[in-house]
Write a protein that binds this ligand. Structure first.
Ligand code: FAD
Length: 289
């Protein structure tokens, strides 16, 4: 159930990402989503680690729920934000004791109101340090890391950002999962540079099906993701029709995933946003393609 083993399979590594909800209603929606999407037998379901409060403390609980209820391996996201090395170690030990075999190792973002990320005293500054720490403390843990086809927003230079990704790989990561993107050509160009730079671990595209135009606009602006003009125009035409937006989003994501899979990506990681409808339709379409 560790990432390296999951990647050995002949079929693509399809994975689903969820986040810990903050309300009871959110919980209900998440459990329904998990019931629906688990039927597609994703290779793993990952749960994000939030910026504070229950969005952090529930990550391991939800991962355990996923493993126990669906017998699907869970991947716990984990960040360096706000924790000293000792606290990071304590959490990693807790994750291992809870039966978690895979960690998505991230730096995380600066807390709200702060402009740049600063490590806490005795904490870590970059994700590559977290990967090293996990390898040191739990050598058998599967480790995923983040990759940015359109460059991480804070980094001024794309080659430097790629060199920083390579640090995470050299520290022992097993697979890299990309930030969401909509333009496959940008991903393919990045993959060429990634391979030329000597990055040898599987690079898995991250896809976020569009379900709501206003929400996706906000998200893409935040992470610096290019939004194809034609897609934007189509969505703008149906600004007041949420059903039509969902349909356009699903149709676009199916075509995007099909093209990626035809071009030998090792899998697709879906940012499901705790909703099932879009992912369900996309996974059905990919199954029959
Ligand atoms: P890093 O790899 O450390 O990179 C951060 C920045 O520092 C980059 O600009 C990089 O170029 C630079 N850099 C890296 N290493 C070095 C170095 N050694 N020296 C100098 N510069 C360096 N956020 C959450 O809070 N919770 C989540 O659960 C979560 N899940 C995610 C899952 C995926 C698949 C992705 C793509 C992102 C996720 N994020 C999550 C967002 C992520 O935390 C942010 O994008 C964050 O700003 C960067 O994290 P990172 O792990 O990529 O950092």
């Amino acid at each position: 159930n560790r990432l390296p083993d999951l990647l050995k399979s002949d079929s693509p590594l399809i994975s689903i990402e969820i986040f810990p909800p903050k309300t009871e209603k959110g919980d209900e929606l998440l459990y329904e989503t998990l019931d629906t999407l688990s039927k597609f037998e994703p290779k793993f379901i990952s749960c994000t680690y939030g910026a504070g409060g229950t969005t952090q403390t529930r990550t391991l609980e939800l991962c355990q729920h996923i493993q126990k209820t669906y017998e699907i391996p869970a991947t716990a996201h984990f960040t360096c934000v706000g924790s000293s090395r000792d606290e990071l170690i304590a959490w990693l030990d807790k994750a291992a004791a809870a039966g978690i075999q895979n960690i998505m190792a991230l730096r995380g973002d600066a807390p709200k109101g702060e402009t740049s990320f600063k490590a806490v005293e005795g904490g870590l500054s970059y994700a590559n340090e977290l990967v090293s720490l996990i390898r040191e403390r739990h050598p058998n843990m599967g480790i995923g890391v983040a990759a940015y086809p359109e460059k991480h927003a804070e980094c001024l230079d794309a080659d430097l950002d790629l060199a920083n990704l390579k640090r995470k790989i050299d520290a022992g990561a097993d697979a890299a999962f990309t930030q969401l993107f909509f333009d496959n050509d940008l991903f393919f160009a990045f993959r060429d540079r990634y391979e030329k730079a000597g990055c040898a671990i599987p690079l898995i595209p991250g896809i976020m099906p569009i379900t709501e135009f206003s929400r996706i606009k906000r998200i893409t602006e935040m992470c610096g993701t290019a939004f194809p003009a034609e897609l934007s125009a189509r969505l703008e035409n149906v600004q007041d029709d949420s059903e039509a937006q969902l349909e356009i989003g699903i149709e676009f994501a199916i075509a995007q995933c099909q093209e990626l899979l035809e071009n030998n990506v090792p899998g697709v990681h879906f940012y499901a946003l705790n909703k099932s409808q879009a992912c369900q339709r996309i996974l059905e379409a990919l199954k029959t393609a």
